[in-house]
Design a protein around this ligand. Structure first.
Ligand SMILES: [Zn+2]
Length: 391
């Protein structure tokens, strides 16, 4: 999914250089040499050597004296390293189950315009593609451009990491019935890449959120579905075929509700937004549920519903914590980024049920860009792909 180094980089110095380049490419606002050393776990002298080569090859540029934070050693702001700004624009799209979000950026990945609309994507994928393309065209017009250089679209389905195709899931999805890449490419007039939405959400964190401070974290998108992006040693890990992080269908209740995948008691039947709305129907009038977002519901009985679901989510995350030892768990999506009781209960469950050494090392927090994490990550991915294509 993410090209981290060129095909002609066999040696350790080249690998180090490409690792640093990837980090610079993932920092649209620039990054200092000091930050690179921390982010990559490489010595200052190693960073200096690699950056000198990247500068000589004109693959990166530096804005002298415009940074902030540590690294100058003399009180003078440190130089910020970044990609050169080429002409052109990129488009990022996030297809949720019930929304479409679109962003337009420059080739460095700085978002210039973004917009979001509610739409029943699940029941009308082709129509959702029309809506997304129209939004992208409108936003491109607003920045004075017509055709994007490249588009990345995130969808709530597992994607084969080699072929880029939607992996037939256990649950029904309209994304298997359309060639989304071809449909979007025909409408936007540019190359299009598909990616899993939770993976894109984790890229947003890697680029500008938790990944700025930590090399190991897990991003969990909790909306209509539940999925995770796993970042270890500073890299997104997708598994053998690309479905690592599909935690929504982990069984949490042996005789629980029937899940859309056909099994009973999956995590999604307890902690997804649709499961929560079904549970809230026992404690609130339907009209009150329909007219509010999940995050704006604060009735005491509803909070109990959230705490119970958060505790179940937390028990599942305990397994991830013990298996992967992340420094941070980031909760995103409609539920994860907006319901404090879910975060609170998940934190408590992790504290109570992971190994003591694991518990003291893991923090639980909400997504840096809230419900915009996925579209922000789509732009991040597009930036890397476009830069790789441009050489
Ligand atoms: Zn399931």
């Amino acid at each position: 999914m993410i090209p981290e180094r060129s095909a002609t980089s066999p040696g350790p110095r080249s690998r180090t250089r490409e690792q640093i380049y990837w980090r610079i490419a993932n920092a649209p606002d620039g990054v200092t040499r000091h930050e690179l050393a921390d982010l990559c776990g490489i010595s200052r002298s190693g960073v200096t050597h690699a950056v000198a080569r990247l500068l000589a090859d004109h693959r990166v540029i530096e804005d002298s004296g415009t940074g902030s934070g540590p690294g100058s050693g003399s009180g003078r702001p440190p130089a910020l390293l970044r990609l050169p700004t080429r002409p052109g624009n990129l488009v990022g799209i996030d297809f949720g189950h019930q929304h479409v979000a679109v962003a337009v950026s420059d080739t460095r990945g700085r978002i210039l315009r973004q917009r979001r609309t509610q739409h029943d994507v699940d029941h009308a994928v082709s129509r959702a593609i029309d809506v997304a393309a129209a939004m992208a065209t409108e936003l491109m017009g607003e920045v004075g451009a017509s055709t994007p250089e490249l588009t990345v679209a995130g969808i709530p389905c597992p994607i084969n990491r080699e072929s880029g195709a939607v992996i037939p899931p256990r649950s029904l999805t309209g994304w298997l019935d359309v060639d989304a890449v071809a449909e979007l490419a025909a409408r936007l007039g540019c190359p299009v890449h598909l990616a899993n939405d939770a993976s894109l959400g984790s890229l947003a964190e890697l680029r500008r959120g938790a990944g700025r401070m930590h090399r190991d974290f897990v991003y969990v998108k909790i909306s209509h579905g539940i999925g995770a992006g796993i970042v270890l040693d500073g890299k997104l890990r997708q598994g053998a075929i690309g479905i690592a992080g599909e935690i929504g269908h982990i069984s949490v209740r042996r005789d629980g509700d029937l899940c859309r995948c056909g099994a009973r008691g999956c995590l999604e039947t307890v902690a997804s937004s649709s499961a929560l709305r079904r549970a809230l129907a026992s404690v609130m009038p339907p009209s009150a549920i329909e007219t509010q977002t999940i995050g704006s519901i604060t009735e005491p009985a509803a909070t109990r519903v959230f705490l119970e679901a958060g505790a179940t989510l937390g028990r599942t995350l305990c397994t991830l914590c013990d298996a992967l030892n992340p420094a941070v768990i980031v909760l995103g999506g409609e539920v994860g980024s907006t319901v404090p009781a879910i975060l609170q209960a998940a934190q408590q469950a992790i504290s109570a049920h992971t190994q003591p050494a694991t518990t003291t090392g893991v923090a639980v927090t909400t997504a840096t860009f809230g419900q915009d994490n996925e579209v922000t990550g789509a732009i991040a991915h597009a930036t890397i792909l476009a830069q790789a294509a441009a050489g």
